[in-house]
Write a protein that binds this ligand. Structure first.
Ligand SMILES: Cc1cc2nc3c(=O)[nH]c(=O)nc-3n(C[C@H](O)[C@H](O)[C@H](O)COP(=O)(O)OP(=O)(O)OC[C@H]3O[C@@H](n4cnc5c(N)ncnc54)[C@H](O)[C@@H]3O)c2cc1C
Length: 421
């Protein structure tokens, strides 16, 4: 960088948080207001695409072009300097200078680390040079789609949101998919046992196979190093020419840690998204706020609003809210929020219609909603979620399962609540 260039705000990471921050800064006129340039450095060859749409892309439901909200000219027109495919490898805080893998040096005046997270691979004995992959980036999906997937035996490890979307996408492409999951039912962190069973049954009827309460023990490859089979922890072997890891994520925080920033599971930030260095912010899945890390975009959008304000010298305070989860599998609507693990004092209201496949479950505890699950007809979801966040006093009447109008009661409604031990 030339010595006479304007000082820069540098953003590391061109993922969903980095892109959303660019949009917010442009909308606020950041460059004119602060005199700082904006530089974005991304590790992936593609910048600013909608990662959420990788699931429908894999399933063949959207075109690749649908992933971008902005054309390449937008960055030029807004005066944003882009570096793609060249990860930052070191932050020198004393010189306020970054080094990238290609050896380039970039000075910063303010820095935002938005490096996201990566797949946490489950440990499996053995090795295969070919056939083991992840479901995180456009590169991952492109590589999966290069293969002839028809009739290919595939194993997806993990039946959370990502694992199920990967499995169903691959099945829709013709693969024979088995999902191996440690939990007793899919999405066990979002669904109660009954909801999980209903979801598993729906997916199984489409042709997905499940190995629940199982882990992978070993992999076997042919002489060329191509994956052939996977051994489960009960000793059975599954035919598998592809293994997709989708059983969890971990924050990419090492860049911050190695620069001496305070870190836990992510780069620690305060309510203004400031790290332990006042010139450095962390945003999105790489950050840790009040001991929590993030895995869905909703709270990250709230972080972006706060950080854009803070970078423009305005007040801002990030208050995290629990998120609702939606599954993106066509033909199976699912809406879930709260923690479905059993808790003393829970009272579950449930309804299941075998004809339509409608499943509704609402967990009340201490006079308020604690969790909710809807499969198939999810129309009540946003209303339930609203009352969950607002901690609206509720009565355990079955109308909660059916009638949205009856639950939109005024918040001053303070009837005594039945307590179930
Ligand atoms: C297939 C899929 C489906 C999803 N569906 C949903 C959904 O339906 N709803 C929902 O809320 N969330 C969903 N998510 C999660 C959502 O995508 C993430 O919460 C979001 O992308 C996080 O944004 P981020 O910018 O923090 O991380 P990312 O989007 O991962 O971006 C981080 C970027 O930083 C780059 N980077 C890392 N290290 C460096 C470095 N050293 N130098 C430069 N760049 C670096 C990475 O390459 C990456 O491009 C889904 C995720 C996946 C993978």
């Amino acid at each position: 960088m030339g010595m006479n260039e304007r000082p820069a705000l540098v953003i590391i990471g061109g993922g969903m948080a980095g892109q959303r921050l660019l949009e917010a800064l442009v909308a606020k006129g950041f460059q004119a207001r602060t005199g700082l340039r904006i530089v974005l450095i991304g590790a992936e060859p593609a910048v600013g695409y909608n990662r959420i749409l990788l699931s429908p892309l894999l399933a063949g439901e959207v075109e690749r072009d649908a992933l971008w909200g902005r054309p390449a000219e937008w960055y030029r027109a807004e005066g944003i300097e882009l570096h793609r495919g060249d990860p930052v490898v070191a932050i020198d805080r004393s010189r306020r200078r970054l080094t990238t893998a290609s050896g380039a040096g970039v000075n910063y005046h303010r820095l935002v680390i938005a490096t996201g997270s990566r797949t946490r691979r489950v440990r499996v004995l053995g090795d295969a040079r070919e056939g083991v992959s992840e479901f995180r980036t456009l590169g991952d999906v492109d590589a999966l789609l290069e293969d002839d997937l028809v009739d290919l035996p595939v194993c997806v490890v993990g039946a959370g949101l990502l694992g199920l979307e990967a499995a169903e996408g691959l099945r829709q492409r013709g693969a024979r998919v088995t999902v191996v999951h440690r939990g007793a039912w899919p999405m066990n962190r979002q669904l109660d046992a009954e909801g999980g069973r209903q979801l598993a049954a729906r997916l199984a009827s489409r042709g997905l196979a499940f190995e629940l309460e199982r882990t992978l023990a070993e992999m076997r490859a042919d002489r060329g190093g191509r994956l052939q089979a996977l051994k489960l922890d009960d000793g059975r072997w599954l035919e598998a020419q592809r293994l997709i890891h989708a059983a969890g994520i971990e924050a990419n925080f090492e860049l911050g840690r190695d620069a001496g920033l305070e870190c836990g599971q992510g780069i620690c930030v305060d309510d203004r998204l400031v790290s332990s260095d006042p010139l450095i912010h962390a945003l999105g899945e790489c950050c840790e706020h009040r001991g929590a890390t993030f895995g869905l975009v909703e709270p990250i959008w709230a972080q972006v609003e706060v950080l854009a304000a803070v970078l423009c010298g305005e007040p801002g305070c990030f208050e995290p809210l629990p998120s609702a989860t939606r599954l993106k599998i066509s033909g199976i609507a699912l809406y879930a929020f709260g923690d479905p693990c059993p808790c003393a004092g829970d009272r579950w209201l449930r309804y299941f219609d075998p004809g339509s496949g409608d499943y509704r479950a609402l967990c009340l505890n201490g006079g308020v909603i604690r969790a909710g699950n809807l499969i198939n007809d999810t129309r009540l979801g946003p209303a339930w979620y609203h009352h969950f966040l607002a901690r609206t006093p509720v009565e355990p009447g079955d109308d909660w399962l059916f009638d949205a109008a009856s639950i939109a009661r005024p918040s001053q409604h303070q009837d005594p609540i039945e307590e179930i031990a």
